[in-house]
Design a protein around this ligand. Structure first.
Ligand code: RFL
Ligand code: PHB
Length: 416
């Protein structure tokens, strides 16, 4: 077995792992990334598209902001459409100048991977981690296989950035972790196409046929989503069927100018809310989707991963700058406060905007009428709109607390 050594072993090369690796590298903290899939596979995954300001600032700190600043689309607002009637939520006005940036996760991943290559830090691809040793009595160890050969990495800390299906979370003993979960009775069917977006801002559409979202990746590339039942199969959705259904759910003005075209990608993602507490155990930290999942309605999944990275980067930097080990112990609590906030917002947006009515085919349910009324209440009140805007642009990151070294009393030398 080959043995390597590093300070931080990072499992997973999604946005969490890559961003953490780059920030630590900039701070002179050695790290190794181990990724199950090939680099190409990681780069080709089509996922999130909206970045909060906090994420953009982290990319700047990591030195990976050049392309984002040239190609990212700054959005000052979003539209919420209810049965075709649009309301504009002016994010900038309602939050004293904040914005979000539309820049695909695929592009973020590509920029971070390029920076990683240039950094000469070690990364292993097509190398699934199969075991984690994380006891307080011995050095932390990560074991994996590559090209049929076993490897182990000895390290101070392990960052579990390996997503919802990774090995990090299950390696925390069951009696230590508590998991909270909600599975929604629908998913999102997403379609990417090289057609100009119908609108220069995002439109979240509540509709009796089901939710729809009009998003984008650039001025020439659109990303659309449709709420579909969990039983639906992507093969049953031809491009023509998708475009027809989307037209029915968009406001009339956008439906009239919708330009259709062949899809570049089409897939169904189930919707889930999930949190694992605590987010750390001994020398292992869970980061991003490894610890929590939100339904995509609030555009929070990727942004939450970034705020975890910010917290872990801060505690590890403080530790390697000489603060006592205790400084890393605040990681989970700091993260979980922000995580639960985003979980609540994402659940709320999902509950307000989706159609839950399959059990009530001819009569709308009481719960749905409550959601209609609540959404209308928010959209017709300045303070309601402000609440939506503040959460959509993202709450500020919490700063970690310094831990003073224990001052040992001076020994008094007694001369005999
Ligand atoms: P990732 O991106 O899942 O990366 C985890 C990485 O770990 C690797 N891995 C392992 N590596 C080594 N050994 C093992 N044993 C391993 N097990 C797993 C995986 O191969 C993978 O490369 O997690 P990370 O970095 O925390 O990033 C989180 C974001 O990717 C995620 O929050 C968002 O993409 C969620 N999400 C969306 N968020 C939004 O805000 N808006 C969206 O529109 C949106 N769409 C999506 C999404 C997530 C999706 N998933 C997870 C299927 C659409 C989809 C389809
Ligand atoms: C996307 O563009 O993929 C996207 C944007 C906003 C969301 C979810 C997904 O809330």
């Amino acid at each position: 077995m080959k043995t390597l050594q590093t300070k931080v072993a990072i499992i997973g090369s999604g946005p969490s792992g890559l961003l953490l690796g780059q920030l630590l590298h900039k701070q002179g903290i050695d790290n190794i990334i181990i990724e199950r899939s090939s680099a190409q596979h990681v780069q080709d995954r089509i996922r999130a598209g909206i970045l909060e300001q906090g994420f953009v600032e982290l990319l700047q700190q990591a030195g990976c902001e050049q392309r984002l600043e040239q190609e990212g689309l700054v959005h000052h607002g979003i539209y919420i459409s209810v049965e075709g009637k649009k309301t504009h939520v002016n994010l900038t006005k309602l939050t004293d100048g904040k914005v979000v940036t539309c820049y695909g996760q695929t592009e973020v991943t590509r920029d971070l991977m390029q920076a990683r290559q240039a950094s000469a830090q070690t990364s292993f691809y097509s190398a699934p981690v199969n075991q984690i040793h994380n006891s307080p009595q011995s050095k932390a160890r990560v074991c994996f296989e590559m090209d049929g050969e076993p490897y182990q990495i000895e390290c101070d800390f392990i960052a579990g950035c390996d997503g919802y299906h990774g090995v990090s979370r299950p390696s925390i003993p069951q009696d230590i972790r508590t998991e909270y979960e909600r599975i929604y009775p629908f998913g999102w069917l997403g379609l990417l196409a090289d057609t100009p977006p119908v609108c220069d801002e995002l439109i979240y559409c509540k509709h009796s046929r089901g939710f729809a979202l009009a998003s984008q990746r650039s001025e020439t590339r659109s990303r659309y989503y449709l709420q579909v039942a969990n039983s639906e199969k992507v093969e049953e959705w031809s491009d023509e069927r998708f475009w027809q259904e989307l037209k029915l759910r968009l406001p009339a003005e956008e439906a009239a100018k919708l330009q259709t075209g062949p899809s570049i990608e089409k897939s169904i993602a189930p919707l889930r809310s999930f949190v694992c507490e605590p987010m750390q155990h001994n020398n292992l930290f869970l980061v991003g989707d490894a610890a929590h999942i939100v339904p995509p309605t609030g555009a929070k999944g990727l942004n939450l991963a970034a705020s975890d990275v910010a917290a872990l980067y801060q505690v590890l930097s403080a530790y390697y700058a000489g603060q006592p080990r205790q400084v890393v112990e605040q990681y989970s609590d700091v993260c979980l406060r922000r995580v639960w906030n985003a979980e609540r917002f994402s659940w709320w947006m999902t509950s307000m905007l989706h159609h839950f009515g399959e059990e009530h085919e001819d009569k709308r349910s009481f719960v749905e009428k409550m959601a209609d009324s609540e959404l209308e209440f928010y959209l017709h009140s300045e303070s309601g709109m402000k609440l939506i805007a503040e959460q959509y642009v993202g709450l500020p990151y919490e700063q970690i607390k310094s831990v003073e070294s224990e001052v040992k009393p001076h020994a008094v030398q007694v001369n005999s």
